[in-house]
Write a protein that binds this ligand. Structure first.
Ligand code: DGJ
Length: 543
């Protein structure tokens, strides 16, 4: 086509539109959005579920080491890899940044159709400071350490202002770089800031700066937050505050008492303030969701035996009081009481994202509960590269991969139902073998599968209401009966059960299951040891 001078204005307008579009894409970074009943991660304009896995600590420090791992993770059905990135490798000398590892990891992820959540391993990792650069570690005057029992320990003190600034500067430089190389492609979805922080060994930092702060007044910002959010504070924190007279000013011992719990609140404020400041510096460069993770401990373990001041359920309100740059408080959930811990974190607007948890068969089941019942934005078993290698070598099917492939098929539907608030997820075993819930005009009684006298050992799944008298379920090892609500009126029977799969969002029906597979019309069954998707339609009749 010949371009004439008369066409110039039109071309300029089109070029402007193009530039506008490019800008719009650039600014539509991954973000969290409240959509109906759930807060969801939105990527490229659509809600997104993280079917992830966290690499072992050192795997992503070397691109050659990582090369064969990505395709295995893709084959497992992961869409996101939670990838460690350490301060020492990014800023080996003060002020000299090297982002070649970041670029290489992003390229490798794209080639394997994966997204990334980066872990910023900087001032702290599992309470310790092993990932800080040597120029930080060796300058103990400028970058002071915590003191425990009269001696400095190899843990950076969160009261060190210069340390906070150096960490924040490096993180800001990283985020600026990620925006430059990924601002329009969104391979990088979120950032974890530090890792499982808190004082290990003692219940608080006893350095001179920490002692002075502890003997000084509790910041008004914290007591104002406690007052304003009293009704929704985590019960343990409210009780601690109540027990000491709900004071709005005074020293830390005045307000929270003279105990290790007061020390923990003090440290939560120190770590929370520091890390909120680091996250804020990063967000000022590139605003994508940022979260922190927690080394979980039971309610009775004394702080210090686990990292004291980390975002445990009883103190993450203190972190929230310190700032608003952290979007999600996350559990690293290895504990056996999976459901109770999920609930402790999925509360008061905090969405559930689990950067570390068990993989394998336990993970395969928990995925359904976390994403179905708790509207989780994602889950990510730890040591995923080891799991991938192990199953690749043995040739055996990986149960987690089965769950990820299945959830991958129903992902758009599941996201829709998370937002509509009409999906339920569950895990069952012989000690917790049933669960009942109301859905779409019925009570659903879900129990461990049991046919011809043989009860499954475990079961898990999720169920969504698809329309009048129609449900979709996914999982294995459970069966369901329906009771109409109210119970008076016509009876209910199973019309048809069809197994199937989704291809590009379209339902492809498979076998009709009206024999042993549904116990001759008595139950909607999901047989053990093989994950399936099934649709059921019910009918009503009068006797
Ligand atoms: C928790 C830590 O956050 C991880 O980095 C890791 O080392 C695991 N524990 C090991 O189980």
């Amino acid at each position: 086509m010949k371009i004439t001078i008369r066409m110039l204005p039109i071309l300029l307008v089109l070029a402007g539109l193009d530039a506008g579009l490019a800008l719009a894409q650039q600014t539509d970074a991954p973000h969290l959005e409240k959509r109906g009943a759930a807060t969801q991660l939105v990527v490229d304009g659509k809600p997104f579920l993280i079917l992830g896995g966290e690499l072992r600590n050192s795997s992503s420090s070397n691109l050659d080491y990582m090369k064969p791992i990505w395709p295995r993770l893709e084959a497992m059905g992961l869409n996101t890899v939670v990838t460690p990135l350490s301060w020492e490798l990014i800023e080996p000398q003060e002020g000299t940044f090297d982002f070649s590892l970041v670029d290489g990891l992003i390229d490798q992820a794209r080639a394997a159709h994966e997204r990334i959540v980066f872990l910023w391993l900087a001032s702290w990792k599992n309470g310790m400071s092993s990932y800080a650069p040597v120029w930080v570690k060796e300058d103990t005057n400028r970058f002071p350490r915590e003191m425990e029992f009269g001696r400095p320990v190899e843990i950076l003190s969160p009261l060190g202002k210069a340390t906070e600034q150096a960490d924040a500067r490096a993180f800001a430089a990283l985020m600026r770089h990620i925006k430059q190389v990924d601002g329009s492609q969104h391979t990088v979805l979120m950032m974890q800031v530090e890792n499982e922080v808190g004082v290990l060994g003692d219940s608080r930092d006893h350095s001179p700066a920490a002692n002075a702060a502890f003997d000084g007044d509790v910041p008004a910002k914290l007591t104002a937050y406690l007052q304003a959010h009293r009704a929704t504070l985590y019960p343990d924190l409210r009780e601690l505050w109540d027990a000491n007279g709900d004071k709005t000013s005074g020293t830390w011992t005045d307000v929270f008492g003279n105990s290790e719990r007061a020390d923990e609140v003090f440290m939560a404020w120190q770590y929370g303030s520091y890390i909120q400041a680091v996250a804020a510096a990063g967000k000022a460069e590139y605003d994508i969701p940022m979260y922190v993770n927690t080394w979980l401990e039971g309610e009775t373990t004394p702080p210090g035996q686990y990292p004291s001041g980390g975002p445990e359920p009883r103190v993450y309100d203190v972190w929230k009081a310190a700032g608003s740059s952290i979007d999600i408080y996350s559990p690293d959930l290895y504990a056996s009481d999976f459901i109770a811990w999920c609930r402790r974190y999925h509360r008061e607007g905090n969405p559930l994202f689990m950067p570390e948890t068990r993989g394998d068969a336990a993970g395969a089941a928990n995925v359904f509960y976390a994403l179905g019942e708790e509207a989780g934005i994602g889950i990510s078993p730890f040591g995923i590269d080891t799991e991938a290698n192990m199953y690749a070598q043995s040739g055996k099917p990986d149960p987690l991969a089965a769950s990820y492939h299945l959830i991958g098929e129903i992902e758009p539907l599941l996201l829709e139902h998370q937002s509509a608030g009409d999906v339920r997820g569950f895990t069952l075993d012989r000690d917790h073998s049933t669960v009942d819930f109301a859905m779409s005009g019925y009570t659903l009684h879900v129990s461990l599968d049991n046919i011809f006298g043989g009860q499954a050992k475990s079961g898990f799944g999720l169920i969504m209401a698809m329309g009048k008298d129609e449900f979709l379920g996914a999982g294995e090892g459970f069966r369901v009966t329906f009771t109409p609500r109210p119970e008076s009126g016509p009876q209910v029977g199973i019309g048809a059960i069809t197994e199937g799969k989704f291809e590009n969002g379209n339902w492809i029906p498979g076998r009709r299951l009206n024999g042993d597979e549904d116990d001759q019309g008595n139950f909607w069954r999901f047989a053990p040891r093989s994950e399936t998707i099934e649709k059921i339609t019910l009918y009503r009749y009068t006797q």
